[in-house]
Design a protein around this ligand. Structure first.
Ligand code: ADP
Ligand code: ZN
Length: 617
């Protein structure tokens, strides 16, 4: 079970006490006020008489009872008159009076209260000042936060039921972190040997790679409470708030140790101290407080702080020193096998049709995080419900994937000539891709259904996560990428080409540049790696290259792209009929699968080859 605690703000207690005391003071001044009536000359006969100290000494024999409160005394004389007196508090004197037959009692409680009430205004002032300054120095837990009213510290806690079994595909990381579980479970064993256990673990990785999940699983495995807060909660408009909140959660954690204290988005506090934003100083204070807390607890407290970030490079080095986040675990985006494992894990919660092959889904989701994969199944389930499937079919998964990748389907009205051009553009990609089937990824599908910003697309399905490409593969991929624009030229003429090839050209340029400058695939440039840096405009610039080399790189990139473009034009011109046919099919069906595309191309080519052979005879 997860619970969310909104921690009560202690400062309200202080405020309450102050108000209560203030009221008490006012009440007292009202109660005491009858004295004033006497001064006004309204003398009441039942009122006690006033005795001075010398009166008391002189008439000590007349006193019947005396109650002493500090320096005030009251009681009854032997003749029945009531009196009030001011005395010097002196035990010997009191014994003397008692010896003369008076009953003397000392009311200490009342005198304390009186004393307190007398001192109250001063005390009130001092406390108030302390309270305000506490807010400034130690964090705005006092008046500033009390008055601001909002911003409670959100701390999620509870003993999570999550275990390592709920985390798929990151076995090496799980292995590495199981030591922490061991420590939390058998603290004493570690202590006996004198092993130094890490206090902090930094989990880094893209969003959705399962950092939070892993942290909860550690707590779940060790059966200890899990506190979670986010780094962004520690910054706000109120200076000092972060410091106070850090203190607060560490206090909580210490009370419940052993436990896991998870701080998500730790870069929000732990950013390197360089940028000059205006709340920099505040963040620095918060960071310092975090460091103080982490340095502060002894080795055997049993609090493990787990920080998560997707920008580990941004972190202040001070955080990474021994005794702090000295253990770092980086979680990569899942590879093919991991994606399949994650899909399988989450697929247990849904109903899959027989035609679903999760390995295929894993293939088509390069770059998806664990969270994306979970979302994929969820979207697929929603789609299945929407279209009335009783279970998730392959088509639902495809639809969900496209939606996640490209945004929801657009039912934007398109001009017929735009649709036609798109069909030829995509047919161009598809055809050249099939021509290079032996060196490029197989086609998954081609479509002219607009989605997001794309008017149509050809999707490829990698057989495996590629780690490297041969030079032939690079050149083939360049041809495929530029084939869309080539088709526009071949079928509509050079003056009808469109801006629709923008992303194709961008992709091709990046691939060519990478091959030439980084991968050493160009004979002209050779094996020297040329660093590409992005400058302010976000454009790529060459850093460690002479001007001459830079020019050479530009010329070479252009040459590669030109070659690829010419190659695509050549292939499309030679097979104009086949490509036209493919485009027509696309216009008719809007979407064609890889299989269908291959069938259309091979079928049509066979026909035309036969025809050609006949005519030659
Ligand atoms: P992060 O903290 O890295 O942003 P989360 O831990 O919040 O990512 O992941 C979000 C969700 O994605 C998890 O609750 C889980 O359902 C799913 N998920 C992510 N990675 C995995 C994984 N390796 N195995 C299983 N589920 C995962
Ligand atoms: Zn294109």
């Amino acid at each position: 079970m997860r619970k969310q605690i909104f921690k009560k703000d202690k400062s309200y207690w202080f405020l309450g006490i102050f108000i209560a005391l203030f009221i008490a003071m006012i009440v007292r001044s009202i109660v005491v006020s009858p004295n004033a009536t006497q001064e006004n000359g309204v003398i009441n006969v039942t009122r006690p008489i006033e005795l001075s100290f010398s009166d008391v000494l002189r008439r000590s024999g007349d006193i019947k009872t005396m109650v002493v409160r500090g320096e005030e005394a009251s009681g009854e004389l032997k003749d029945g008159t009531k009196y009030n007196a001011t005395i010097t508090y002196d035990p010997e004197l009191l014994t003397k009076i008692a010896d003369k037959g008076a009953s003397v009692s000392i009311d200490s409680s009342k005198s304390l209260l009186e004393g307190f009430l007398n001192w109250f205004p001063l005390l009130f002032g001092v406390l108030l000042i302390w309270w305000i300054f506490r807010g400034v120095r130690g964090g705005a837990s006092g008046i500033s936060r009390g008055l601001m009213g909002q911003n409670p510290t959100k701390i999620t806690t509870g003993k999570p039921k999550t275990t390592f079994a709920d985390v798929a595909g990151i076995d090496a990381e799980k292995q590495e972190l199981s030591e922490i579980v061991e420590f939390l479970k058998h603290k004493d064993k570690f202590k006996a040997i004198g092993a130094r256990v890490p206090r902090g673990v930094l989990l880094s990785g893209e969003p959705g790679t399962g950092k939070t999940l892993l942290a909860r699983a550690i707590a779940g495995e060790a059966n200890v409470p899990f506190f979670a807060a986010s780094g962004s909660d520690f910054s706000g408009i109120i200076v000092g708030l972060g410091v106070a909140k850090i203190k607060e959660i560490f206090e909580m954690a210490k009370r419940t140790a052993p436990c896991i204290l998870f701080i998500d988005e730790i870069d929000a506090i732990g950013q390197r101290r360089s940028s000059h934003s205006f709340n920099d100083q505040d963040r620095e204070q918060t960071l310092n407080q975090l460091l103080i807390e982490m340095d502060g607890f002894a080795n055997d407290t049993g609090i493990i702080v787990i920080g998560a970030t997707n920008r580990p490079d941004m972190l202040d080095q001070a955080l990474l020193r021994p005794g702090r986040f000295d253990r770092q675990v980086h979680i990569e985006l899942p590879d093919l096998a991991s994606r399949e494992a994650i899909l399988k894990l989450h697929a247990k919660k849904v109903k899959l049709a027989k035609d679903v092959n999760l390995l295929d889904s894993a293939r088509g989701t390069t770059g998806f995080s664990g969270a994306d994969l979970e979302n994929l199944l969820n979207e697929a389930a929603l789609h299945a419900v929407r279209v009335g499937h009783g279970e998730i079919k392959k088509s639902d998964l495809d639809e969900a994937r496209d939606k996640i990748l490209m945004g929801p389907k657009k039912n934007r009205k398109m001009r017929p000539e735009d649709i036609k051009l798109t069909a030829y553009h995509e047919a161009g990609h598809a055809f050249v891709s099939v021509m290079y089937a032996d060196v490029t990824d197989p086609i998954h599908k081609a479509t002219i259904v607009p989605r997001g910003r794309a008017l149509g697309m050809v999707q490829h399905l990698p057989v495996d996560d590629k780690v490297s490409m041969t030079i032939a593969e690079v050149r083939a991929n360049l041809s495929v990428a530029l084939a869309g624009r080539a088709a526009e030229e071949v079928f509509f003429g050079a003056n009808k080409i469109t801006t629709g090839a923008e992303s194709d050209i961008d992709m091709a340029t990046r691939l060519a540049r990478y091959a030439i400058t980084t991968a050493g695939l160009s004979e002209k440039i050779g094996l020297a790696a040329i660093k590409q840096v992005s400058n302010f405009g976000g454009r790529l610039a060459l850093e460690n290259a002479s001007e001459k080399t830079a020019e050479l790189v530009d010329a070479e990139t252009r040459a590669w792209l030109d070659n690829a473009h010419k190659d695509a034009v050549r292939l499309l011109t030679k097979n104009k009929q086949t490509v036209t046919n493919l485009a027509q099919e696309l216009l008719k069906h809007e979407t064609l699968t890889g299989e269908e595309i291959k069938k259309i191309i091979s079928g049509h080519r066979k026909k035309t080859q036969k025809k050609n052979a006949k005519s030659k005879k």
